[in-house]
Design a protein around this ligand. Structure first.
Ligand SMILES: N=c1c2ncn([C@@H]3O[C@H](COP(=O)(O)OP(=O)(O)OP(=O)(O)O)[C@@H](O)[C@H]3O)c2ncn1[C@@H]1O[C@H](COP(=O)(O)O)[C@@H](O)[C@H]1O
Length: 119
C-alpha cells in the first residue's frame, strides 16, 4: 500500500467516506503493484464483488461471534470494498446517499409493503 495523501486541513478531524471515495478514484491512475485499489479496479467488477461478499461474510461471522474488535475491522473492509465496487461500476457515494435520503420519507416497513408482489 502506498502512503495516503495527507488529510486536507490535517489535524485530528475525522476522516470522511467522501475522502476515501476520492482516494479510491485517484488510485485509478496509480501503479498496480504499489496500489491494492488499482489492482482491484484492474481485476474488474466480478472480482471486486467477490471480495466485497467475502468481507461481508467475515463481518457476519465476527458479529455472530460477538467479536467487536473483529467486527470493527471487517466493517471497515466492507465499506472500503463497497466504495471500490461503486467506483468500478461508475456509481458515486452521493448517489447512494441520495437513495438513502429518498427512503427517509417512509419507514422500512412501509417501503417493504409498497413493493410489487414477488412473481
Ligand atoms: N481502506 C483500505 C483498505 N481496507 C482493506 N484494504 C485491503 O484489502 C485487502 C483485503 O484483505 P484480505 O486479507 O481479505 O485480502 P487478500 O488476501 O490480501 O486479497 P486476495 O489475495 O484475496 O485478493 C488487504 O490487502 C487490505 O490491505 C484496504 N486497502 C486500501 N484502503 C484504503 O485505500 C487507500 C489506498 O490504498 P492503495 O490503493 O493500496 O494505495 C489506503 O490508503 C486506504 O485508505
Amino acid at each position: 500500500m502506498i502512503p495516503a495523501s495527507p488529510l486536507p486541513g490535517g489535524g485530528d478531524r475525522l476522516f470522511t467516506l467522501g475522502e476515501l471515495e476520492r482516494l479510491i478514484a485517484e488510485r485509478r491512475h496509480a501503479v498496480a503493484d504499489k496500489s491494492y485499489t488499482r489492482s482491484l479496479l484492474d481485476a474488474g467488477v466480478p472480482r471486486i464483488a467477490k471480495k466485497f461478499g467475502e468481507e461481508a461474510v467475515e463481518a457476519v461471522i465476527a458479529a455472530v461471534m460477538k467479536d467487536k474488535p473483529a467486527l470493527l475491522s471487517e466493517a471497515a473492509d466492507v465499506i472500503y470494498h463497497l466504495l471500490v465496487l461503486l467506483q468500478a461500476s461508475d456509481l458515486s457515494l452521493d448517489q447512494v446517499v441520495a437513495e438513502l435520503g429518498r427512503r427517509t420519507r417512509q419507514s422500512g416497513h412501509e417501503e417493504k409493503a409498497s413493493r410489487p408482489p414477488a412473481t
